[in-house]
Design a binder for this molecule. Structure first.
Ligand code: ZN
Length: 473
């Protein structure tokens, strides 16, 4: 098939099981008719941190957030932090206007999908670096996004932002663009305000289904046949009943933390950066201040050791992970731990003590990174082996990474409106996402990082060697 244009619709925060139930009960008739009947419906596996922004990178660049060195929606770079006149550089929050730094934080060695097309448009995406190719309506979309997002933040009318995105996609397809990447924030934001199965959330899936019907109606004249379409999601969410503030826990232990929005503290001895907010990075300034610290180094100070044990002991903390050596990490919960060594030959060495916190069978022989998805697929943490590896590939990932249990998150004050649902962790509810396409694929599942090379393959473009994804079969 010779495609002339490609459309990627990102239904931010759509959860695989919720979407599947709606689809199978005929409540998404347009997606069923135009995408699934002659195309494919796949189970997608997201990327850590499973959070808006970092989890959009796989679609636009074909790489993991860790590879992009953008491991969280907030991060602290121990090697590059500098303070001048109370202002700090070397840390980020992509929440709000800071979101536009994200594209610039991804190295130029990775080429965004926009650059493989001649008339690309990006709608409501923060990953719209406009350097090597002119993204149509670039400035206007940034202003429009700011105004719509501020309005929706204060009125909770996120449906109107999705509506505006729908109008823009249809308008630009009418004008003959050859690539559209559009973010629809409605499902994610409405779930944060409610929960994944709330009536308002489910209605938003159906609103977007109607839009898919309208878009295909338009395409009947423009060329439905030569348009490659993907409907994707970046992460799921789970309902949150209780907030545990890692920042407040650190204060109780006598630390002076730097965290968002309190980044002006210059006497800090720890940094805490949450994402989603079911994940938090902890960076210890002692004993290693200028680079990520290994566990043995961290716990050479008793205070750090006591703090880590207290975190693990909290109700609502699921697992923690940290670096043991280069290419060796440890994952722990209250009942056991697993050391994973990622060997240069692609094999894994696993050393469990007690119960394996990631829940897969550790007694299998000759485990390789290649098999890691199938080993973990049926666990509560699908694709955990590779996701933890890619997360710790970034030097900006915390010394200790904390993940909340279902029902909990890790940020309390400074979050308005209150998050009643969360994401960011390797839990199945956050990791599994729906992927639909009018492309007929054999495979029943993929990683979200695989969509980028699949698109390039369909447009006969050379797939770069430095990406993480593989074309879906
Ligand atoms: Zn999202």
């Amino acid at each position: 098939m010779n495609y002339k244009r490609c459309v990627i619709l990102l239904f931010d925060g759509a959860r695989y099981d919720v979407f599947k139930d709606l689809l199978h009960s005929d409540r998404l008739p347009n997606i069923q008719r135009y995408l699934v009947n002659n195309g494919s419906f796949l189970k997608g596996y997201s990327s850590l941190c499973t959070t808006t922004g970092p989890a959009h990178i796989p679609f636009i660049y074909g790489i993991y957030p860790g590879t992009a060195n953008v491991p969280g929606i907030r991060w602290f770079d121990k090697a590059n932090i500098k303070t001048r006149f109370f202002m700090k550089t070397g840390l980020r929050s992509y929440v709000g206007p800071g979101s536009y730094y994200m594209g610039h934080d991804v190295s130029n060695e990775y080429k965004p999908l926009y650059e493989y097309f001649t008339k690309p448009v990006g709608i409501f995406s923060s990953l719209d670096k406009n350097h090597n190719i002119k993204i149509i309506g670039h400035k206007r979309h940034r202003i429009q996004k700011a105004l719509y997002y501020i309005y929706a933040h204060y009125t909770h009318r996120w449906g109107s932002v999705d509506k505006a995105a729908c109008r823009s996609v249809r308008k630009y397809l009418n004008r003959g663009v050859d690539f559209v990447f559009s973010v629809f924030p409605g499902i994610d934001e409405i779930t944060h305000l409610n929960h994944p199965l709330h009536q308002k959330t489910l209605e938003q899936y159906q609103v977007l289904d109607k839009f898919v019907g309208n878009m295909f109606n338009d395409l009947k004249n423009e060329g439905e046949e030569d348009t490659l379409i993907f409907m994707v999601s970046d992460h799921g969410l789970s309902q949150t009943h209780k907030h545990i503030s890692v920042v407040e826990l650190s204060k109780k232990e006598g630390y002076s933390p730097v965290y968002y929005p309190r980044i002006f503290n210059n006497k800090y001895d720890i940094a805490i950066m949450e994402s989603g907010n079911a994940m938090a990075f902890i960076y210890f300034m002692k004993p290693v201040r200028d680079k990520p610290a290994f566990y043995d180094e961290i716990i050479s100070i008793d205070k750090n050791k006591i703090f880590i044990e207290k975190i693990l002991d909290q109700d609502g903390i699921d697992i923690i992970a940290y670096r043991l050596e280069k290419s060796k990490i440890c994952v722990r919960n209250k009942h056991g731990q697993l050391e994973i060594t990622y060997k240069d030959d692609g094999n894994l060495s696993l050393n469990p003590k007690g119960f394996n916190p990631l829940g897969f069978n550790v007694n299998k022989e000759n485990l390789s990174l290649k098999d890691s998805l199938s080993i973990t697929r049926k666990t509560l943490y699908p694709d955990s082996i590779i996701q933890l590896k890619q997360l710790f590939n970034s030097e900006r990932t915390g010394d200790v990474v904390v993940f909340a249990k279902l029902g909990y998150d890790l940020r309390d004050k400074h979050e308005w409106p209150e998050h009643k649902s969360s994401h960011g962790s390797p839990l199945k509810a956050h990791m599994e996402v729906p992927i639909c396409t009018n492309l007929n694929l054999k495979s029943g599942s993929c990683r979200i990082v695989d969509i980028f090379p699949t698109v390039l393959q369909q447009f006969n473009r050379k797939i770069p060697e430095n990406i993480d994804g593989n074309a879906i079969e």
